[in-house]
Design a protein around this ligand. Structure first.
Ligand code: NI
Length: 254
């Protein structure tokens, strides 16, 4: 297979960066020739730049302050992000959003951080990658009010109802390896309900490895299993789905 797209991999996080060149070689071998490197710290970002520079047709780079960073991020960190955007150093702003799964003690700070980052994306016309966990209502309210650039709903795992709301916005719905899990009913239902021209594939590596690699460290090469499953669910030729996903992904950057 060629032409596979991984819209969300943490290639420069500690777990993957230690053998990044082998991980990239296996991805290429598996036919993954478009990857977005998600960075959650300045160090991860500094490591991502030379990777993109060495192969700009394959790699894009994203940076944003994660919801849990809201407990400590100050104006200084937002100024850092704004400068990255102003200097065109990032292709996508993210992942940003709301996560109430483990900690709901600083919801207002999370919301404020999400809004301020969306405003930066708006100023520089950058697509945003959204992390939304157990926070659909607040997250959708903020996006409806503030988002003016294309939205990627990363590792979408909400209800089909919320997905339909999300589809009313200028957005793409990205699915990860969780849709291959046997006990997952909602993910497959969402894949089926999502129009082909709004769908994306991702690994979220090193997390959430798809079946048959479930439980192992995830890496971009494994996006093939997720795309195969998505094609089966949508009763589409995998080749057609891959092409459609690539076109969808590229459309975010026009
Ligand atoms: Ni992620």
């Amino acid at each position: 297979m060629t032409g596979l797209t991984d819209t969300h991999c943490h290639l420069t996080c500690d777990e993957l960066y230690e053998d990044a060149s082998a991980v990239i070689a296996r991805a290429k071998e598996a036919g993954v020739d478009s990857m977005m490197i998600m960075c959650t710290s300045p160090t991860e970002l500094e490591h991502a730049f030379p990777i993109r520079e060495s192969d700009p047709d394959t790699f894009r780079v994203a940076f944003g302050w994660f919801p849990e960073d809201a407990s400590w991020v100050s104006d200084k960190e937002l100024a850092y992000l704004e400068q990255l955007a102003a200097e065109h150093k990032i292709d996508v702003l993210g992942e940003i959003g709301l996560d109430y799964h483990f900690d709901t003690s600083f919801k207002e700070k999370q919301k404020d951080l999400m809004i301020r980052q969306i405003e930066i994306a708006n100023r520089y016309g950058l697509p945003i990658a959204i992390h939304m966990r157990d926070a659909s209502k607040d997250c959708m309210d903020i996006l409806k009010t503030y988002a003016k650039t294309p939205i990627i709903f990363h590792c979408y795992s909400g209800s089909t109802e919320t997905m339909k709301e999300a589809l009313k916005l200028n957005s793409m719905i990205s699915f990860a390896g969780t849709v291959t899990f046997k006990n997952n009913k909602q993910g497959p239902a969402n894949v089926i309900a999502c129009p082909a021209d709004r769908i994306l594939s991702e690994t979220d590596a090193p997390f959430l490895a798809p079946v048959p690699k479930r439980g192992k460290r995830n890496e971009p090469a494994y996006v093939q299993y997720t795309v195969e499953k998505m094609a089966e669910l949508k009763e589409m030729d995998p080749e057609d789905l891959k092409k459609q996903i690539r076109a969808n992904f590229n459309s975010l950057f026009q």
